[in-house]
Design a protein around this ligand. Structure first.
Ligand code: 13P
Ligand code: SF4
Length: 305
């Protein structure tokens, strides 16, 4: 009898005391084999809660695996595909942070987790799309520097009433930029009763079309609890698998069919198997940088859910 790839992964996982964490954008077959599927804050928490695990296979992109490595220095964190790098995380350099800090002395710096560890090491506190509003509200300051996503910066400014200065001025997610309000308008003509939910990485114009704006897992929760039967979804297509699995009686339509994050999709079941078998690619962060970045991540994790 032929042993399937999934069976081989299960066996190795058990032998090596490994767990697989997968982001909501991962391919369906990876989501199905994972021990846990979630958004970036849930995956960070899960990586810390798993006391027994010796290895964490992080099926996602670089900055998520890096955060897990920073928060779990004793565990081996593996990224199945080394090329899985979030372009937004590359948009904010340490030089730009230093330049802006010099221009705005004393103004707190909040960084989205979609950043490199070297950038996180320079900030006061991190946030994800799920808790950005709460993080900003927790700060005793009317003005904050916020990077690298300009759309998320505008979202938190609207929600908190504080002055949120984006750094860099133009940071964005190339996948979420693909969504346009016009597409929602056209889909609404066909499905006038549909509820629209979008990620805050979408433009402000796109967010205005939405009944709900939230992180990937917040969208999954909203879809479960909402009475609507049809949803127009403004985030990466990988989320559709979970939405449809959790709500087989409901209909989910992607607001733009081409919204695929090529970086997230670099992880395949084959690569995940090889990653586990050969224990690669190990993600490490040099300790002086990790120590500073850990403070900013832990400060975020201390904010009540
Ligand atoms: P979430 O934290 O909402 O899962 O978002 C991560 C991300 O990279 C969105 O593009
Ligand atoms: Fe980065 Fe955008 Fe991909 Fe999220 S969807 S990992 S922000 S490129």
């Amino acid at each position: 009898m032929q042993v399937t790839l999934a069976e081989k992964i299960y066996k190795l996982k058990k032998e090596k005391k490994a767990i697989i964490l997968a982001h909501n954008y991962q391919r369906p077959e990876i989501q199905d084999i994972a021990d846990y599927v979630g958004d970036s804050i849930e995956l960070s928490r899960k990586a810390m809660e798993e006391k027994e695990a010796k290895i964490i296979v992080f099926a996602a992109v670089d900055f998520m695996a890096e955060s897990a490595a920073i928060l779990n220095p004793k565990k081996k964190v593996l990224l199945p595909s080394l090329g899985a790098r979030c372009p937004m995380a590359q948009m904010l350099t340490v030089d730009e942070i230093k330049r802006m800090k010099a221009l705005y002395p004393g103004v707190p710096l909040v960084l989205y987790v979609n950043t490199l560890a070297s950038a996180k090491a320079q900030c006061d506190i991190c946030c994800t799309s799920a808790n950005a509003v709460r993080v900003i509200q927790s700060l005793n300051a009317d003005t904050v520097l916020f990077g690298p996503d300009r759309n998320l910066a505008e979202y938190v400014q609207r929600k908190t009433g504080k002055t949120v200065i984006p750094i860099p001025e133009w940071g964005f997610c190339p996948t979420h930029l693909l969504f346009q309000p016009e597409d929602v308008r056209i889909l609404k003509m066909e499905h006038p009763e549909a509820t629209v939910m979008v990620h805050p990485e979408c433009t402000s114009e796109m967010q205005k079309t939405a009944d709900f704006v939230g992180s990937t897992s917040q969208m999954c929760k909203f879809a479960k609890e909402c009475k609507a039967k049809t949803f127009i979804v403004g985030t990466e297509e990988g989320i559709l698998h979970r939405l449809r699995k959790d709500n087989p009686e409901k209909q989910f339509i992607l607001a733009y069919e081409g919204a695929i994050c090529p970086n997230m999709k670099l992880n395949t079941l084959d690569r995940l198997y090889v990653s586990l078998r050969e224990e690669k690619y190990v993600i490490t962060v040099p300790e002086p940088v990790a120590r500073q970045a850990r403070k900013a991540l832990e400060r975020m994790l201390d904010i009540p859910r």
